[in-house]
Unconditional design. Structure first.
Length: 226
């Protein structure tokens, strides 16, 4: 299967609209450019809905495949990232409904401690400063996870991904004033759980090998015609 060179993947002069047009004209491999541009953002938004990292990863992959299948419906009225994130949110909500049905069905077997321990890493910790950084990130992720969903998503879009108020409003289908109110409320709630939030701590990280592996899996399916 043909994969793109790292040089082509990094071409900043190709707009999202250019890439989409070329994909629709048969250059399937170019879809990897879009994945490279939006992998981190898409995963973080989906992770904002789903507490389990593996579930979020699976939904991220499904989102890319759904986006590829429906690429012809992207008209450029909004940015590609907004269009993609909307698909991701829909996929995440569908997965949440499915998980809730499973939980309801198996409620008698549910361990009451599962939800409270799903964020904790019981494996070996990295030494010294890496351990401190890891623990800090976990603490912040847990605090964000505990926010009500409507506040959590706005917080991730604005504070983690740096998406503008106008785009966040368009992505979530709410007014800009609602974005501001929810962000303010999210910060208020976070401050009740954390004395200080480090401005440079990265939460819901999805980079390096994990990001590359997901791209490779999606591209294999796309190029093989899955």
């Amino acid at each position: 299967m043909e994969r793109l060179s790292s040089l082509l993947l990094q071409q900043p002069d190709l707009t999202d609209e250019n890439v989409v047009e070329r994909i629709l004209n048969g250059e399937k491999a170019l879809f990897e450019i879009l994945m490279l541009r939006y992998n981190q953002r898409l995963f973080r938004v989906i992770r904002g809905y789903l507490n389990d990292k593996e579930e979020a990863r699976d939904v991220t992959q499904n989102t890319y495949l759904k986006a590829y299948e429906n690429l012809a419906s992207f008209r450029g009225g909004s940015s590609f990232s907004t269009w993609l994130i909307k698909i991701g949110i829909n996929e995440a909500l569908m997965r949440l409904r499915k998980l809730k049905r499973k939980l309801e069905y198996a409620s008698s077997l549910k361990n009451d401690d599962d939800s409270s321990t799903s964020y904790l890493n019981t494996g070996t910790m990295n030494p010294e400063q890496k351990a401190i950084q890891h623990e800090t990130r976990q603490l912040i992720e847990q605090a964000v996870d505990n926010l009500p969903e409507k506040y959590r998503i706005v917080y991730v879009l604005r504070e983690v991904e740096g998406i503008g108020i106008e785009e966040a409003a368009a992505t979530l289908g709410i007014s800009e004033s609602n974005v501001k109110v929810r962000l303010f409320r999210a910060k208020e709630l976070l401050q009740k759980n954390l004395v200080t939030l480090s401005e440079d701590v990265s939460i819901y990280e999805f980079g390096g090998n994990r990001c590359d592996l997901l791209r490779e899996e999606v591209m294999k399916k796309i190029l093989a015609g899955y």
